[in-house]
Structure formats: C-alpha cells, structure tokens
Design a protein around this ligand. Sequence first.
Ligand code: TXA
Ligand code: MG
Length: 310
Amino acid sequence: MQEIVDKAISYLNSAKPFVMPTETVYGLAVDAQNELAVQEVYKIKNRPKLNPLISHYADIEEIKKDVELDQRAIDIFSKLSPGPITLVLNKTKNSRISNLVSAGLNTAAVRIPDCEITLEILRKFKAPVAAPSANLSTELSPTQKEHVEKSLAGKVDFIIDAGKTKCGLESTILDLSSKKAVILRFGTITSQEIEAVINEEVYLKDDEGKLKAPGMMLKHYAPKTPLRMNAVEAGENEALIAFGEVDLKNGFKEVINISPSGDLAQAASNLFSVIHQLDDKAYDSIAVVTIPAIGIGLAINDRLKRATRV
Ligand code: TXA
Ligand code: MG
C-alpha cells in the first residue's frame, strides 16, 4: 500500500491526473491548488468549465483552511464523515482551492471520502485534492476500475484499484453556504439523516438549487443504450433491471435484480454497475421497474431520470 500512496503523491506533485477510489465512485484526482493540473482534468473529461469540482480531504482541520465552517458543517463532518456527503461552503479568504476548481464561485464543495487507501493519500498530501468522477462528461460514473478503463482509455496511466465501490452512487451534496440547508444532489445519505444531525429543516433541490449546481444538468450519467423507467412489460430486444419481488421476466432478453430483498442501499450500490454491464451488450433498450421514491430511492430515481435521455 505504501508504494501506491507514494506514487499517488508523486502524481499530485507533478500535476499528473490519476484515478483514486472512493466509497461512492472512482475520481480523477489532481492537486486542487494547481491550475494547470485542474485544467488537464477538465480537458480529459471534456467537461464544461462552469461545472465546479469537489475537493477531497482526510480531516476537518485541513478543510477549515479552505472553507468557512459553521456549527452545522462541523456537526455533519463529525457525525457523517468519512462518508458520502459533500458540503458546499463559502471559501475562506486564503482558500487554497483554485478558482478553476470552484468555477469562479465564492463557494467550494468539500468532502471526506470513506476509503482507506485514498484517506492515506490525503493524510500524507495535507492539501485539497480535486476529483470529479473518472468518466467522460455526461457518461455514467465508474464504480469499478474496468468502467474507468472503458471511459478514459489511453487518457490516464495510473488507476488505483479498490474493487467495486461500496455506495455505488455519487455523494449527497448539501449546500450550507447560506442560511437554508439545501440538498443539491441526492445520494445515499438522506435528508432525514442530515436533519437528525443539524436539527433543522433541509430543503430539497429546487430552482435555486439547480442554478447553484450547474453540473446538475439533465442528460447526465447516461448510458449509450436508451433506458426507460417504470416498465411493466417487455419491449423489443430489451433487458430489465428488477428490484424486490417484482418479477416481469416475460419477454425480456435478460433480467438482473439489483436487490431481490428490496433493500434500497443494495440497489443503489449495484445500479451503475448493472447499467454498465447491460450497456455493453447489444440490447435495443434497458427497462427498469418502478423503484420506491423514498430515502435512498430518491437518489436512485434521480439518476435513472438523468439516464433516460429525454
Ligand atoms: O461522490 C462524489 O461526489 C464523487 C467522488 C469522486 O467524490 N465526485 C463527483 O464529482 O461526483 P462530480 O464532479 O462528478 O460532481 C461534482 C458536483 C457537480 O454537480 C458540481 O456542480 C457540484 O458538485 N459542485 C461542485 N462545487 C460546487 C459549488 N461550489 N456549488 C454548487 N455545486 C458544486
Ligand atoms: Mg460526474
């Protein structure tokens, strides 16, 4: 492990992007202070420059140097981190996060990922590491090394393999840069869990939220094969993603159940890898059964909607 950590540090120090695992999805990592390195990340991903990046840290002491923490932020980091939650906060006067990372905004997105090797790299680097998901812009996020290789073939030469990611969906993004706490992106940490920690109402992504998270445009996370939701019967040459006891085998070319027991966390963890898997085959379309829109189901439905390309 030490060898890999040292290699990652040398990549960070020489402005060379590499891929690091997290508990959510794999990230394309660079030093968040280095504009040239950050520029390279936007170029590799073909990502619009108005879509800011998340900076990753090992602990709250380092985060404090770059963004203003109020009591709510301190409570969230103490109780829910390391974990799949990203906070949008106001940058400090001497913030190390480059303007390119925050896309010229006065705010920045920060998180502490729950993945041992990556935490070790961050502990040793002692500075913010910017890392968007390691896929081309608008494609599905990678939840295992092979997905990264498929999307970024020939564009990165160092991918740290930690197997399939635990959560399988990108982190929940919570905006705490103003008085109201607003969820900008659903994830495996739910609004109820956040409310229990900060003792105040959490607002869900509204029009204001959409504007504030420019990256949350539709047509994100889309596979190449057309995908449709709430399927009840099979189409021509179609595969099905099932959930729980729902079983619509009739007529589908292939059926994969992302959680036969009806566990939403398990379904979230399997979702992207199953879509990746079916997308590699020659089906005309992928159908998905109705997934309950509660708790983590909100995040699953959000990602499915984006994947439908309408
Ligand atoms: O789970 C994750 O968050 C993964 C792993 C690698 O950490 N990262 C990830 O990054 O999903 P990315 O670049 O695919 O998504 C970052 C999102 C974008 O939707 C962007 O608009 C939002 O974070 N974001 C970043 N900075 C922001 C800011 N200052 N205000 C509002 N939204 C921001
Ligand atoms: Mg992404």
